[in-house]
Design a binder for this molecule. Structure first.
Ligand code: FPP
Length: 237
């Protein structure tokens, strides 16, 4: 039997919470609540399998356009989850980082974010990257601005800017994404981690995020194992 390769970095667009709830005659917020339970389950399972970095799209820069009630619910859910539900990050020695713009995020939410970051900053067995108020293009724009400032201050030479140095100016300097998973039958990237996804494999499933479970993650990893990654080259048989 050929041994399974576990992707080093998996990124997930957790889509379909609203539809999951609506199908059951529930409020959309119930879908987010169930989605948060799914996230915890998948993280615990994923890190146990050997995934080193997990990135998730928690809230996009466009999600502020949703009803105030839904946005408020999500923000309260984030506080609760960061404070109470993510105890696995400490047990499993996982470091939590956030990607996204701080602006617009309330002080209360920022305090919960800072606490979990601070509590896990010395953890070394894996990284959990939570994208909150995040957009991929805006990440690249803000990195470019920071580079220009560093050039102006003579901290870096234009000649030294390459893909590696550029990565260091992003919200977090993460390894490339090996596998992107998007649930709920949508086939879009939706401005998620554009830079880091340059060579990633894509896995789309019709399963709605709250129904995504350990077996579904195994299926995604199995599909990844059947891909031939060439990075633009040719694999000689
Ligand atoms: C997309 O489903 C999901 C979101 C916008 C929110 C993702 C949030 C969670 C899974 C909650 C917990 C997260 C953390 C980090 C604690 P949708 O609402 O767009 O679903 P729809 O497409 O069916 O309407």
């Amino acid at each position: 039997m050929i041994e399974e390769k576990v992707p080093n970095h998996i990124a997930i667009i957790m889509d379909g919470n609203g539809r999951w709830a609506q199908k059951r005659g529930l409020k959309r917020t119930k879908g987010h609540k169930k989605g948060a339970d799914t996230l915890k389950k998948i993280c615990e399972y994923g890190y146990d399998k050997g995934i080193k970095v997990l990135s998730v799209f928690a809230f996009s820069t466009e999600n502020w356009k949703r009803d105030e009630e839904e946005v408020n619910y999500l923000m309260e859910l984030f506080i609760k989850v960061f404070n109470d539900n993510f105890d696995f990050v400490k047990k499993k020695n996982i470091k939590v980082v956030f990607s996204g713009l701080r602006e617009k995020i309330s002080d209360k939410v920022q305090r919960a974010m800072d606490k979990i970051v601070n509590d896990t900053k010395d953890n070394t067995d894996g990284i959990f990257n939570i994208c909150l108020n995040y957009g991929g293009q805006s990440e690249i724009v803000q990195a470019t601005k920071k580079i220009i400032l560093d050039i102006k201050k003579n901290n870096i030479d234009i000649e030294d800017i390459n893909e590696n140095t550029f990565s260091k100016y992003l919200f977090n300097d993460l390894p490339p994404i090996d596998l992107l998973i998007r649930t709920s039958g949508e086939y879009r990237i939706s401005n998620f981690m554009l830079w880091q996804m340059a060579y990633s494999e894509f896995y789309f499933t019709d399963v709605l995020w709250p129904d995504f479970d350990e077996k579904e993650l195994d299926k995604a990893i199995e599909s990844y194992n059947n891909r031939e990654r060439r990075y633009g080259g040719i694999n000689k048989k």
